[in-house]
Ligand binder design. Structure first.
Ligand code: ZN
Length: 199
């Protein structure tokens, strides 16, 4: 992702926020629908080896920082799930391939059930909830609420981040078939927002 020009990356903010994009030219302006699911990947540094135990990274701290800065705070604020995936040693990789992992079909049916639960409850997906709807539909239990408040203060979240974490927690609860987001669901949602924020 950071290989793109920063200006190009910043234009993603509008579709990620409002699901539409406005094109302005000299004499006219038009809105186009642009609701999308953005899936993006990046390396930890320009050479890709940052954090490697064998010390193969040759990047300076400055060049690694410059690379990460290509993603602005406001853009990251709009990316709900951020996960760091460390490289696996070859032996572990082989062991995982043979492990009895859950088949994709089972995961797909769980996702489908969570989506149907959302449509039955509120007539739209969690992502499409307005701020007010989020307050009523995504309200966690008392322990979840306390956790959310603590995390918001500690990480200095914007109002946008707060609502987005709530929606992710609601979705995790839907995947688990829970009536309302509980502390474990909120904790998982909080975790997904910490990776790049702590760099
Ligand atoms: Zn590097």
């Amino acid at each position: 992702m950071p290989e793109f020009d920063r200006h190009v990356l910043e234009t993603l903010r509008e579709p990620l926020e409002v699901g539409a994009i406005t094109i302005s030219r000299a004499a006219w302006q038009t809105d186009f629908p642009a609701a999308c699911q953005l899936v993006a990947a990046m390396n930890p540094c320009p050479c890709g080896w940052r954090g490697d135990p064998a010390g193969r990274c040759r990047c300076t701290p400055e060049s690694a920082a410059r690379y990460l800065r290509k993603l602005s705070g406001p853009l990251l604020d709009r990316i709900d799930i951020q996960i760091e995936i460390p490289a696996l040693p070859p032996a572990e990789l082989a062991a995982r391939a043979s492990a009895n992992a859950e088949p994709s079909a089972a995961i797909a049916s769980r996702v489908q059930a969570a989506r149907e639960r959302q449509l039955a409850r509120q007539g739209k997906t969690n992502r499409e909830l307005t701020g007010r709807e989020t307050d009523s539909v995504c309200q966690p239990d008392a322990a979840g609420e306390a956790l959310l408040r603590e995390a918001g203060e500690r990480f200095g979240w914007s109002a946008r981040a707060h609502y987005r974490v709530l929606k992710v927690a609601r979705t995790i609860a839907d995947l688990a078939g829970a009536a309302m987001p509980e502390a474990a669901h909120v904790a998982e949602a909080v975790q997904y927002r910490r990776v790049l924020a702590e760099r």
